[in-house]
Design a protein around this ligand. Structure first.
Ligand SMILES: O=P(O)(O)OC[C@H]1O[C@](O)(CO)[C@@H](O)[C@@H]1O
Length: 606
């Protein structure tokens, strides 16, 4: 096979050099081009230096009429096609963060120089708002809250010393607890090492930890992690069954900012039941991450759980990965959380840059605005070409959609804003829905996430002469990017050297800032979620109605003989005839579950 050939070894020794070239070349080329451009075109100084590169802008191929009143006035042009012009655009706009080894290529989004110039003052305003937010302004007016997730990776930025020490103490406590568990200083009630984590939480209290575990946990972590992130009884049973006897060496981390989310409470009650049935004492293995004095916090304190870590009022669920919510599970899996924080902090610095084309979060938000007309008219398909980043799109789905999907803007005007996010991973998705992306309805733009390092050094081999498995992955990404572009489908490419705690921290920080900037551009509150409350309220009403239905059915079933009822009669006896459809669904649900209701069910369905 090729792996043992001379070609293979020479090829492998060539590869690091190639990646070095890839790393360095485009930017130095850009600098070179800039010098050229300077002599031909007057250089417009930062913030945005709009460069004239040779462009072949064909006749309007995919023009659309933006529906937002705020959208700059010019018409969208078709995408540039000529390879030389595209290369020029690539070089001209490529963003590189050297220390992070991160690139952002926006060349396949067709924004024009005029668009950039028209957007510039608005971006400067948005950056100003972000600056205020970081200084502790009430950035979430509805909930009268500060928004401080940026302080988590640079505690000195917090607006007062009390918050700074809260952040630092929590980080110390998380690190110490994780070290003690891993080293065996903290042991299971029977004196052994902890081997498993069962994380119970939902939404922002699950998605970050899930993404980070998938991306960064080593193959043999000190503690393996499992998640209960739903109120699906079978799903919960499955997780507990998979733990089996290891339940005795499982650390259960219950995560909930509010401490009152029903799904999380249910997960906790189910796990506590499993502990009782196994003859284990839950409190000795339970850890809570929640706001001080929440229901969960009080329960954990009264029951004397193993540990409690704070969640802060000024950190939102979907931006909580760098708080104890994300750091505790990560540290317990042996992930370097200081590196995650360092990556995020470097990215925070980069995304404060007011030289707009050198600010990657500005570039992302600019692309989103352009591609979706500032009103979410196109969906964002996120395609990491790396298995370990599979959950990035799912993580971003909450970050972006819960933040931007709002009915009203900050002035109370109905806007129905948002930006839809979906995606799994490449090249897998090429064998699923990319057919439609290439040829079907044109309602999206793509974000490719590229990882330069295929494998740890020394593990590569050639499947065919000169070609590795990773070369295929690379080819699939580049091929899809080109094929989509050839059909006027726009894309962004974010490139990292490898998937490390640092690069993952940076990616999270990049998107957090881009969402904040974009929200400010479209004048919405990115930090509340009133729509979710409506669903929760409706669910509570269904559960209340279920109790009334059960009472009516119980009464009927206690009669001798059992009193058969029509659905209309049940609705009448519940005093809510207008809810007949919901009552039908409730009965259909409970008759399949409750064995005590079998008799009634039989009569009911007669
Ligand atoms: O951490 P908590 O309070 O349990 O909330 C979980 C999730 O529920 C929501 O409040 C609504 O879905 C999210 O914003 C949040 O991340």
């Amino acid at each position: 096979m090729a792996s043992s050939s001379g070609l293979c070894s020479s090829f492998q020794s060539l590869k690091p050099k190639l990646s070095f070239l890839i790393e360095k070349d485009p930017i130095s080329y850009r600098n070179h081009t800039k010098l050229f451009a300077k002599s031909a075109t007057p250089h417009i100084p930062p913030p945005f230096s709009v460069q004239s590169v040779a462009r072949e802008v064909p006749a309007d191929i995919s023009s659309s009429s933006p529906s937002s009143n705020n959208f700059p006035t010019m018409q969208k042009k078709g995408l540039e096609k000529g390879p030389r012009a595209l290369w020029g655009r690539y070089v001209d706009w490529l963003y590189q963060h050297k220390e992070l080894g991160l690139y952002l290529d926006v060349s396949r989004i067709g924004f024009t120089d005029q668009f950039v110039m028209e957007m510039e003052p608005r971006f400067l305003d948005s950056l100003k708002s972000m600056e205020e937010l970081e200084k502790g302004a009430i950035a979430n007016p509805d909930e009268r809250r500060m928004v401080g997730h940026y302080w988590l990776r640079n505690s000195k930025l917090a607006p007062n010393s009390f918050l700074t020490s809260q952040i630092e103490n929590t980080l110390l406590a998380v690190s110490k607890f994780a070290d003690d568990v891993i080293s065996g200083k903290i042991r299971t009630p029977s004196g052994g090492h902890y081997t498993q984590i069962l994380s119970v939480g939902i939404g922002g209290s699950a998605l970050g930890p899930e993404f980070v575990a998938e991306a960064l946990a080593p193959d043999n972590p000190p503690l393996k992690i499992r998640f209960i992130d739903n109120t699906d009884p079978a799903g919960i049973d499955h997780q507990i069954a998979q733990l089996g006897p290891e339940l005795a060496s499982t650390l259960v981390i219950v995560i909930s900012k509010s401490g009152g989310t029903p799904e999380t409470r249910n997960g906790l009650l189910e796990v506590q039941k499993a502990f009782r049935e196994a003859g284990l004492e839950f409190s000795k293995q339970g850890v809570a991450v929640t706001q001080e004095n929440s229901l969960l916090d009080n329960t954990a304190r009264i029951e004397g759980w193993l540990a409690r870590f704070p969640m802060f009022d000024w950190v939102g669920g979907r931006t909580s990965e760098m708080s104890a919510v994300g750091l505790l599970p990560a540290a317990l899996q042996g992930i370097d959380i200081k590196e995650m924080l360092a990556g995020a902090s470097l990215m925070d610095e980069a995304t404060r840059n007011t030289a707009l084309r050198n600010n990657p979060a500005v570039l992302l938000a600019l692309c989103w605005y352009w591609a979706s007309d500032g009103v979410g008219s196109k969906d964002m398909v996120v395609l990491p070409y790396k298995d370990s980043l599979l959950l990035f799109s799912r993580y971003l789905q909450q970050l972006v959609m819960e933040s931007l999907g709002k009915e009203f803007d900050l002035n109370g005007k109905k806007v129905n804003q948002g930006l839809t996010v979906y995606g799994n991973k490449g090249s897998t998705d090429q064998h699923a829905y990319i057919q439609q992306l290439r040829e079907g309805v044109h309602n999206f733009f793509v974000t490719f996430i590229e990882v330069l390092r295929d494998r740890p050094p020394g593990h590569d081999w050639e499947l065919e002469p000169g070609v590795t498995c990773g070369d295929y992955l690379f080819g699939m990404l580049q091929g899809t990017r080109s094929a989509l572009y050839a059909n006027n489908r726009e894309s962004i490419t974010v490139t990292v050297q490898e998937v490390t705690p640092r690069s993952v921290g940076a990616l999270i920080a990049l998107y957090e800032r881009a969402v904040g900037l974009y929200a400010s551009l479209i004048n919405i509150n990115a930090y509340h979620q009133p729509g979710v409350e409506a669903g929760k309220k409706a669910a509570a009403e269904v559960l209340a109605l279920q109790k009334r239905v059960l009472a009516v059915l119980n009464e009927a079933s206690c009669k001798e003989p059992v009193e058969p009822l029509t659905i209309e009669q049940v609705a009448d006896r519940c005093h809510c005839p207008e809810d007949i459809e919901m009552i039908y669904k409730i009965i259909a649900h409970i008759v399949t579950l409750a064995s005590c209701m079998h008799k009634v069910a039989a009569d009911f369905w007669r």
